[in-house]
Design a protein around this ligand. Structure first.
Ligand code: PHE
Length: 334
């Protein structure tokens, strides 16, 4: 019997000495493992007389139960401690600023582009898109820019290296305006047409506060029977009033674009200054001819506006480059 209590005492000592799960496992192996203390003692029982053997046997089994239970309890204690330690080491840095962190927002140019689009969607326009790499024909030729006409020089164009075996006769280019989408739309659909085409355009020019080699336009095109200049004027006035405010004064001035006749620009009175906000005009008969429309049957108007320019006017941004520099403090104001 004293043998049993000795083992128990030894076990209790070992148990209180086990400070980690590894050490606890070592204790388990020493006492109740395959070649552990209890096992060895049980094997020795066979040398005892039968009666004593039975008594010892059941006492040893009882002890084994006690030991297992103690090991189990200590194990979950140690596991809890380990978990608490991990959690403590992963707890946040209390010196960090609290929520809310700055949340990302939609870029001002995207906001303005979406807003322009929404206004025209509200007037029954659909959205059309075209590629940024265009043919000379779509960007110029079909839009009545004559070969060698100085109007081509108004658009400083990025031409692409012709690739070997290209099917295009003239070099491809980065579109200098969204007007080629007019051509694509008219070639692929029949009147009536009422679309806007938002997108990126490219000009080979020096970058400064009011110029960028990549910028954005929204194009508009309406073609139907009996479309008049009054329709153009009314549509653009509604747009300007929705975008800049209903009290803003507008005026139309004559202007020149090869693909419209007559051509005009719309100005708004902003503060005490007249500012040009878009170009427009009645679709030129040559343009209708190039897309296979009958200029006796249908008429139409087109307009185009610069998204950066509209955003700069409305928000009083003096330097276009701010839109592309991605300074969070600038972007966060919109
Ligand atoms: N495409 C012209 C430009 O980029 C704008 C425009 C579009 C003018 C449609 C008239 C009609 O300057």
């Amino acid at each position: 019997m004293s043998e049993i209590s000795k083992i128990e005492e030894k076990f209790n000592q070992a148990l209180s000495g086990a400070k980690s799960l590894e050490e606890l496992d070592a204790v388990r192996r020493d006492f109740v493992g395959g070649k552990g203390l209890l096992d060895t003692h049980l094997k020795n029982l066979k040398n005892l007389p039968i009666e004593e053997r039975q008594k010892m046997g059941s006492s040893m089994n009882a002890l084994k139960g006690v030991i297992m239970k103690a090991l189990h309890a200590r194990k979950s204690e140690l596991e809890d401690e380990a978990l608490a330690k991990t959690l403590a080491s992963q707890a946040g840095d209390p010196t960090l600023p609290p929520f809310p962190f700055r949340v990302g927002r939609i870029h001002p140019l995207t906001q303005v582009m979406n807003e322009i689009t929404q206004i025209f969607l509200g007037m029954g326009f659909g959205i059309a898109e075209g590629p940024e790499v265009e043919t000379d024909e779509n960007n110029f030729g079909s839009l009545n820019f004559l070969e060698d006409h100085p109007a081509r020089d108004m658009h400083d164009t990025f031409f692409l290296e012709p690739s070997p075996g290209s099917v295009h006769e003239s070099p491809l280019l980065l579109r200098t305006h969204t007007s080629p989408v007019q051509i694509r739309e008219m070639r692929s659909a029949k009147p009536p047409l009422r679309i806007i085409a938002p997108g990126k355009v490219f000009r080979h020019e020096a970058i400064d506060a009011t110029h960028s080699s990549v910028f954005h336009q929204v194009e508009g095109l309406v073609v139907d029977k009996n479309i008049s200049f009054a329709d153009l004027k009314g549509t653009l006035e509604i747009f300007v009033h929705r975008f800049f405010g209903s009290s803003v004064k507008t005026r139309l001035n004559p202007s020149y674009f090869p693909f419209v006749e007559p051509g005009a620009q719309m100005d708004i009175l902003w503060g005490d200054r007249w500012l040009e906000v878009l170009g427009a005009g009645m679709v030129h008969p040559n343009v209708f001819k190039s897309v296979g429309y009958d200029a006796q049957e249908v008429s139409g108007f087109a307009f185009g506006m610069g998204v950066e320019r509209l955003a700069m006017i409305r928000y009083g941004v003096k330097d276009m480059r701010l839109f592309y520099q991605n300074h969070v403090d600038f972007l966060h104001q919109f």
